[in-house]
Design a protein around this ligand. Structure first.
Ligand code: ADP
Ligand code: MG
Length: 252
């Protein structure tokens, strides 16, 4: 196991009177897959949004590989090498799957989607080849000329994962990557995430499908009512009575 690379220290966030996160501390080892599980409304997506700069915490700090992420804009965080797949896929509905995967590669190093004619001309072939490889990896190569909007929800999620992979992130955050998928699609996604695992990137995965968590995670943290109530190896966490009460035997 590697060094700790992602640190969340004392993160709190309220929405009006509602405390969504309360003094959350979380540390993730480099190259591992760290799952965050917990009942609906526990604060999982809020925590992810704090990591990527979509939400500012009321207090606390997020550090990745020695750099502070708190207070940075989402595109600055992306440039540091942090990518995310949201709970609701965010893709370009009217572009082909190939264009969807290619586009982030043009935007990335500029920090914006500004048109870069130089790069377009010099790198287009290379980026297209890589995009095709990625579409093959995520199981969408046969449909690569179809419009993004025509895909099922599960396929959109795989497309969004492809849009992340072309950025070669060092940290990938996934918010319920298998939500809404049938078992077959879920298993395909698990295989895909295992394949990515061998590339050494660090992953934080929010998930409430226990099959996915126990197939993929090296470490598990359990969030309930905005607080981390347990942390450890999947087997330890599964047997923790607090977890059984709050999550496994709870409302899910
Ligand atoms: P989870 O992803 O674990 O289901 P969320 O992080 O989405 O939980 O939500 C945690 C709590 O914060 C919930 O009670 C939710 O209703 C509330 N919440 C999340 N986002 C907002 C927001 N933008 N405005 C107000 N309340 C929010
Ligand atoms: Mg959520």
């Amino acid at each position: 196991m590697g060094d700790l690379v992602l640190h969340l220290d004392g993160i709190s966030k309220s929405f009006g009177g509602l405390s969504a996160l309360s003094n959350v501390n979380l540390h993730v080892e480099e190259g591992t897959t760290h799952a965050i599980i917990g009942p609906n409304g526990a604060g999982k997506s809020t925590l992810l949004n704090v990591c990527i700069g979509r939400l500012k915490p009321d207090s606390g700090r997020v550090m990745f590989d020695g750099q502070e992420l708190t207070g940075k804009q989402p595109h600055e965080i992306a440039q540091i090498g942090v990518a995310r797949v949201f709970q609701t896929p965010e893709i370009f509905q009217e572009m082909s799957l190939l264009e969807n995967v290619m586009l982030p590669a043009f935007a990335h190093r500029d920090g914006s989607f500004r048109f870069n004619a130089n790069k377009l001309l010099s790198k287009q072939g290379e980026i297209r080849d890589e995009a095709e490889h990625i579409l093959e990896d995520v199981g969408l190569k046969d449909q690569m000329m179809m419009e993004g909007g025509s895909l099922s929800r599960g396929d959109k999620r795989r497309l969004e994962l492809g849009m992340c992979l072309i950025l070669h992130p060092r940290l990938l955050l996934l918010d319920e990557p298998t939500a809404g998928m049938a078992r077959h699609d879920t298993n395909q996604t698990i295989d895909l995430l295992k394949k990515i695992k061998s590339r050494g990137m660090t992953k934080v995965i929010i998930e409430h499908d226990m099959h996915v968590v126990f197939s993929l995670a090296d470490k598990v943290s359990v969030l309930a009512r905005g607080q981390i109530i347990a942390d450890g190896n999947p087997d330890e966490v599964r047997e923790d009575p607090k977890v059984k009460e709050a999550y496994l035997g709870g409302t899910q």
